[in-house]
Write a protein that binds this ligand. Structure first.
Ligand code: NAP
Length: 252
């Protein structure tokens, strides 16, 4: 039923974790995929091979999402190669601990630049193309932290709350032109980002207890709702925040 056949998708931070799962699942649904990475070329190449095994061409592009020059170049490379972009998934992100009162300006800026400004930069570069096509899907990967806050991660929470508000704003702005924007908001997911906490036996016990489904998500369990939103089955969902957290944080 779900088909992305003929669609071109760009997944930022598609080298590892949730982004890699999205790239592979989109390819399984028939999309042609481009993924960006920052530093992890080895992971990007490995994910590209996984995508290729699903029968899809896969372009990998190095781009620091916080740098406008890198972002513009990445979109240009994608357009030179595929000629169009139907789906943009803003997934690249960082999650670094920082207590308010001692957090440096540099720590604050880094998180806001990658998570929030990176999302803005990619949307800003891609929307003119989608406007010409009169169609497009934008899916931004937020977090429960952006909905309820997260102690010791105020910069991260602010970046993700900002992403949610940004998504709602552009969703209303762009829907009349056929461009649909939504958020997927994960709770705990087992990836490189969280493995240090989730591999700690005491912490994982407490975390699992806080999740009605009793465990953290796999990257594929986040990728599924992303692929759904990217598909025509979700065309009338606009500006939504899809919670994918096993029931741990109930909004909406
Ligand atoms: P991950 O395994 O650490 O992967 C992060 C990805 O983002 C990598 O591909 C990384 O590429 C890329 N990235 C980071 N900084 C970048 C930069 N400056 N420029 C370009 N790419 C950059 O993280 P994940 O768990 O899959 O997280 C993916 C998204 O889900 C993030 O936005 C995160 O905030 C969100 N999320 C995750 C969880 C969770 O529990 N894991 C929960 C809620 C929300 P390089 O290594 O090449 O830089």
């Amino acid at each position: 039923m779900i088909s992305l056949l003929g669609k071109v998708a760009l997944v930022t931070g598609g080298s590892r974790g949730i982004g890699a799962a999205v790239a592979v699942m989109m390819a399984k649904a028939g999309a042609t995929v481009a993924l960006t990475y920052g530093k992890s070329k080895h992971d990007a190449v490995r994910t590209a091979h996984r995508v290729a095994r699903c029968g899809s061409e896969c372009l990998i592009i190095r781009a620091n999402v916080a740098r406008s020059g890198d972002v513009r170049k990445a979109v240009r490379i994608l357009l030179d190669h595929f000629g169009r972009i139907d789906i943009l998934v803003n997934n690249a992100g960082i999650w670094k601990r920082g207590a308010i009162g001692t957090m440096t300006e540099q720590q604050w800026d880094e998180t806001l630049d990658v998570n929030l400004k990176g999302t803005f930069l990619f949307c800003n570069a891609v929307v003119p193309v989608m406007k010409k096509q009169k169609a497009g899907k934008i899916i931004n990967i937020a977090s429960t932290a952006g909905q309820r806050g997260e102690p010791f991660y105020s910069h991260y929470a602010a970046s993700k709350g900002g992403m949610i508000a940004f998504t709602k704003a552009i969703a209303a702005e762009l829907a009349p032109q056929g461009i649909i924007a939504n958020c997927v908001s994960p709770g705990w997911v087992y990836t490189d980002m969280t493995s240090r906490d989730l591999d700690d036996r005491r912490q994982i016990g407490q975390i699992n207890k806080s999740i009605p489904r009793g465990r953290v998500a796999t990257p594929e369990e986040i990728a599924g709702p992303v692929v759904f939103l990217a598909s025509d089955l979700a065309n009338h969902i606009v500006g939504a925040v899809i919670n994918v957290n096993g029931g741990s944080v109930l909004f909406g």
